[in-house]
Design a protein. Structure first.
Length: 175
């Protein structure tokens, strides 16, 4: 098992992937980590849609004006949604589950990149969320937080440089 700080330091946003599928066992491990994510009052409002269909991945790659092209080259994506009516903190719960996915992906030697969905637009007439919900046939009442592209890394990035830590943002007992 990886040392946690090493895992956090090495996890970087990967936008280029090898052209090979992620094994089902690894996908199951990733989903298991997501399902173990903490949630407020353990209400678990999240839902996950696993996408490995190339046509749907291509559609995801055009769901926003910028920052989503990498989805076309990803062999796998996970849409993170949550039931808004089930929890007033669905955003936080879905976000925690999403980072659990990303950390598990990194621990498995894969790469990932978060694509923000909430509060984004495909164009002036359509939100990114509504566009994605149509692609995955999401039922009413679900909100899309993000989509995480996943695959074998086709690019290497240096680990996080700890000299760039903004230590001035840490306060003790008072601001």
């Amino acid at each position: 098992m990886t040392n946690f700080i090493d895992l956090v330091t090495s996890r970087r946003s990967i936008r280029k992937y090898e052209d090979r599928p992620v094994e089902k066992e690894k996908v199951q491990q990733i989903l298991k980590a997501a399902l173990m994510a903490p949630s407020s009052k353990r209400c678990t409002p999240w839902q996950f849609v696993v996408i490995d269909d190339k046509e749907k991945l291509q559609k995801l790659s055009v769901c926003r004006e910028m920052g989503c092209k990498f989805m076309e080259g990803a062999p796998l994506a996970i849409v993170v949604l949550a039931e808004e009516e089930k929890s007033d903190v669905w955003v936080e719960d879905a976000t925690i589950a999403a980072i659990m996915i990303q950390l598990q992906v990194e621990d498995l030697g894969l790469g990932s990149c978060w694509m923000q969905v909430r509060n984004r637009k495909k164009d002036e007439n359509l939100t990114t969320e509504d566009y994605i919900k149509e692609i995955i046939n999401a039922p009413a009442g679900l909100k899309v937080e993000c989509v995480i592209g996943i695959g074998y890394k086709a690019e290497e990035k240096k680990p996080f440089d700890e000299t760039r830590l903004q230590l001035d943002k840490i306060h003790y007992n008072n601001f």
